[in-house]
Design a protein around this ligand. Structure first.
Ligand code: C2E
Ligand code: MG
Ligand code: MG
Length: 444
């Protein structure tokens, strides 16, 4: 079969397809030939048009910034442009004939499964209507999520829906911006709530016992801040302290906490109090401490200031001078959340730190986690090497406490020893709680 192009008598070009057949007599001798010629000009023209239109579509869609893919009636990918390949991380060939729901659209932003019944793409296929979605999630080939908006329009041939064309855009930047705005707004509303809580005396302190591991005696308490909302709900510090730090309210809070701590120390209780990195170097805080100790006549060594290890990484000179001043006033220093932050140990040599508080992260699952066992042992060694005490926080069970004793940890704190409770239920009289004979506070 041969295809030929001819020029007709009138000058027009035409295409023919010729099939040849040899003719033979009954003895097999060649007697002639038969040629059947058909005019294929129209179908040739159609094919050229189709190729042109395919190139045209590819040229058009590949120049688009938006991703685009087409799905057949079963929701399988039949076409993808360059942008879609780039955004989704799949090549056209890899995704060809795969179900879009199973490969790209199977989960929500929170990783929960995307039910096919709720899928707007499936809906567009089912109903043959155009669908516009402002905020949805596709999953890239590498598993990363892509925030997208898209529209899906039906591809109709002879009145039949044969598939859909989907054009989508990456809205990650927009979504991140909205998220930031939401957080910012939330923080701003916290400012008002914190201000009101300070003005209406709705901050309160809980206390959590700290025991000496060897004797199991309660030797101190850590004071932990709470906010009481107008409806009486108790709010954890993680919810409002970041906003307080960001918008300049933290120093006022830390000074309020210090005042309570000094009062308790004046009554003979050994208490740890936390201060934020932002309050390091505060002259007002040092002034309050100096006056408070003088006014209450609290014995030296009853106040322990907890500063996170990361807070020291800020302005080292300021931190160092501040810590020195606290020590001179008789306040001990514990490095909080030790092990997760700073990483340098040079300050251990320089700063008069009393104790290292091993971060909860390493203690909580100590019994089952050999890596954490190494970390805890290493911190105990470090503390001993520098002549500091080691305190484990986040002790959630008896087995952990026994292991900590074996490792030589000096003090422990955690739910297995006692939960934080409001200070007026913990310090019920003026008797000091520093005597080793005191029993463990309600081990709940
Ligand atoms: P932090 O100083 O490291 O306090 C320990 C946190 O662990 C407390 O959370 C405590 O309730 C919790 N915790 C105690 N035992 C366990 C346990 O066995 N398991 C587990 N999973 N957690 C335990 P809280 O009270 O929510 O305080 C969180 C953080 O907020 C504190 O961490 C501290 O950084 C900050 N914070 C608390 N009170 C104050 C404060 O008065 N001033 C400042 N600036 N920060 C504070
Ligand atoms: Mg602390
Ligand atoms: Mg801590």
């Amino acid at each position: 079969m041969v295809e030929n192009r001819f020029v007709c008598k009138d000058g027009a070009q035409c295409w023919t397809r010729v099939s040849h057949r040899a003719l033979t007599d009954r003895h097999g001798n060649h007697t002639g030939g038969l040629a059947i010629m058909s005019d294929i000009t129209a179908s040739k023209a159609q094919a050229v048009e189709l190729r042109k239109s395919e190139h045209f579509v590819a040229a058009l869609t590949d120049s688009m910034v938006e991703g685009m893919f087409a799905l057949d009636r079963d929701g399988r990918v039949s076409y993808m442009n360059h942008a879609a390949e780039r955004l989704l991380g799949w090549t056209k060939d890899e995704l060809a004939s795969r179900s879009i729901h199973d490969t790209v659209h199977y989960q929500h932003e929170d990783h929960s499964p995307y039910a096919a019944a709720d899928c707007p793409l499936q809906a567009a296929l089912r109903t043959g209507t155009t669908v516009r979605v402002e905020d949805d999630t596709f999953t890239r080939r590498d598993g990363r999520l892509l925030a997208v908006s898209y529209s899906a329009a039906p591809i109709t041939i002879d009145g039949q829906v044969e598939g859909i064309a989907v054009v989508f855009g990456d809205i990650s930047a927009r979504r991140a911006g909205e998220q930031r705005q939401k957080q910012e707004l939330e923080r701003l509303t916290w400012i008002g709530r914190i201000r009101d809580a300070l003005d209406e005396d709705r901050l309160m302190l809980y206390a959590q016992p700290i025991i000496e591991v060897q004797s199991q005696a309660v030797v101190a308490h850590e004071l932990l801040l709470r906010m009481v909302d107008r409806d009486g709900a108790i709010i954890a510090p993680i919810r409002f302290l970041p906003a307080a730090e960001q918008y300049g309210l933290i120093e006022e809070i830390d000074r309020w906490v210090l005042a309570q701590a000094i009062t308790l120390a004046g009554r003979g209780h050994k208490v740890h109090f936390n201060i934020s990195a932002k309050s390091l170097g505060s002259r007002e805080l040092i002034g309050d401490l100096e006056r408070g100790l003088r006014d209450t006549g609290a014995a030296l060594g009853l106040l322990v200031c907890e500063i996170t290890e990361t807070a020291l990484a800020g302005d080292e000179a300021v931190a160092e001078a501040f810590v020195d001043e606290l020590r001179e006033l008789g306040c001990e220093i514990a490095l909080d959340d030790f092990g997760i932050g700073y990483g340098g140990f040079a300050y251990l040599k320089r700063l008069p730190i009393t104790a290292l508080k091993i971060d909860i992260e390493f203690v909580r699952d100590l019994v089952e986690n050999p890596q954490n066992q190494h970390v805890v042992k290493a911190i105990v060694n470090l503390a001993q090497g520098f002549g500091r005490e080691a305190v484990a926080e986040g002790v959630e069970n008896q087995a952990t406490l026994e292991l900590l004793e074996e490792y030589g940890v000096d003090y422990a704190q955690g739910y297995a020893i006692g939960h934080p409770s409001p200070i007026d239920t913990v310090f019920t009289d003026d008797a000091p709680n520093t005597t080793p004979t005191q029993t463990r506070a309600g081990s709940n």
